[in-house]
Design a binder for this molecule. Structure first.
Ligand code: PLP
Length: 394
């Protein structure tokens, strides 16, 4: 055997550095991920089993059943896709758009932009309606646009994490049905945290993530589609131009046959089953109420400290609050101070709101009174240390 020449990037010194690497403990009160529930972490740390093991096959059905409850739907094709929220987002575009097909995207923040980017890559005929970051669309505006543009798909973000806006969805499903259009909803920052009724609101397609309302680490993206969407998928003239996310292939694994498609991230599925079980155990409506109550406590607390919220209360998002950075405060300095000295993460504004707002998330396991009190207390005692003018008030 010839002596192998190994690339020697590592020596004893830096190897021992790696062995000492640790992950700091954080309270994640930013836009996501949120902290995972301890019971979820317990499930995650179990030894893997095979993705075709009968015990795993039965766990897949558990996950699907619990997801249907959390989505409030009876859709056969309800599954956790492998990958973060963007994976199921891309699946929603890749499977339901054929070249030149019309999609209408209602954009009011960063994630609407991502939908536009994806739809363009899949060669859709993309129309966009837009609102400033911090506002929502009215039912009448959406109805008018669908009736005049006649798209094959209408897509909108329910909970816009970049701006902190909750988009009302009532009645849009009916408009889509009357106009022969599929209704696609991004529920990344609402599933398992805010009222979301897939069947009742006539939503045809929706996707979410594991790392927010479901109290799991990032890695899975729950997805659901109804019969109308299934019909559209089966009437495609061309192959889905994405193998990994092709729902007709995934259907063979997550539908009745349980035939191998790709190696399932089994531990993440242990985790999501536990996250979903905890939601069912608490009761979905109780979970929604907890998120709303804690968000209101945060909003009142911030306002009583003299701070201004970015979004009007009528469509303010309980899972993600955008609060204006007072003009006399070093926004990044304060965020870094919270992280380095108290282990608490809050987010900077995204895109055009960068440097203008902080984003505070209260999602899943982290939506608790105790966390709100802790954060408000720190705003009260620490914020003045980051004032650009020493004695400024805001
Ligand atoms: N849509 C919204 C509303 C989001 O907030 C996010 C991420 O936070 C995504 C889509 C993309 O999800 P992910 O980052 O999990 O891929």
């Amino acid at each position: 055997m010839t002596e192998a020449k190994l690339i020697s990037a590592l020596n004893e010194e830096n190897l021992s550095h790696f062995s000492k690497t640790y992950v700091p403990s954080r309270l994640l009160l930013g836009p996501g991920p949120s902290n995972a529930h301890p019971e979820v972490l317990g499930a995650l740390s179990l030894n893997p089993i095979g993705h075709l093991d009968e015990a795993y096959i039965s766990l897949m059905s558990d996950v699907q059943q619990l997801l249907r409850y959390t989505w409030q739907c009876n859709n056969r094709m309800t599954l956790p896709m492998s990958g973060t929220g963007s994976a199921a987002m891309e699946a929603s575009i890749a499977n339901f758009i054929e070249e030149g097909e019309k999609i209408l995207i209602a954009k009011k923040g960063y994630f609407g932009d991502r939908l536009v980017d994806m739809a363009t890559r899949y060669k859709a005929d993309v129309s966009v309606i837009e609102k400033p970051w911090g506002e929502s669309f009215s039912y009448e505006e959406i109805k008018y646009e669908i009736e005049t543009k006649k798209p094959a798909i209408f897509a909108i973000v329910h909970a816009e994490t970049s701006s902190g806006v909750l988009q009302p969805l009532d009645g849009i499903g009916d408009v889509c049905r009357k106009n022969n259009c599929l209704f696609l909803v991004d529920a990344v920052t609402s599933l398992g945290a805010l009222e979301l009724l897939i069947d009742e609101w006539k939503i045809d397609l929706a996707y979410s993530c594991s790392q927010k309302g479901l109290s799991c680490p990032p890695g899975l993206s729950p997805f659901t589609m109804n019969k109308r969407a299934e019909e559209k998928l089966s009437s495609r003239k061309t192959k889905v131009p994405n193998w990994y996310l092709d729902l007709s292939l995934l259907n063979k694994y997550w539908g009745s046959d349980r035939v191998y498609h790709h190696t399932a991230p089994v531990n993440m599925n242990f985790a999501i089953r536990e996250g979903l079980r905890l939601i069912a155990n608490e009761g979905l409506e109780n979970v929604w109420n907890r998120h709303t109550t804690n968000a209101k406590k945060l909003w009142n607390g911030l306002e009583s400290l003299g701070m201004e919220l970015h979004v009007s209360e009528d469509y303010r998002l309980p899972t993600l609050t955008t609060v204006k950075i007072p003009p006399a405060v070093d926004g990044d300095g304060f965020r870094n101070h919270l992280l380095r000295n108290f282990g608490i993460e809050i987010g900077n504004g995204l895109g055009e709101l960068s440097g203008k707002v902080w984003r505070i998330g209260l999602m899943g396991f982290n939506s608790s009174e105790e966390n709100v009190d802790r954060l408000l207390n720190l705003f009260d005692t620490e914020l003045n240390k980051y004032s650009i003018f020493e004695s400024s008030t805001f």
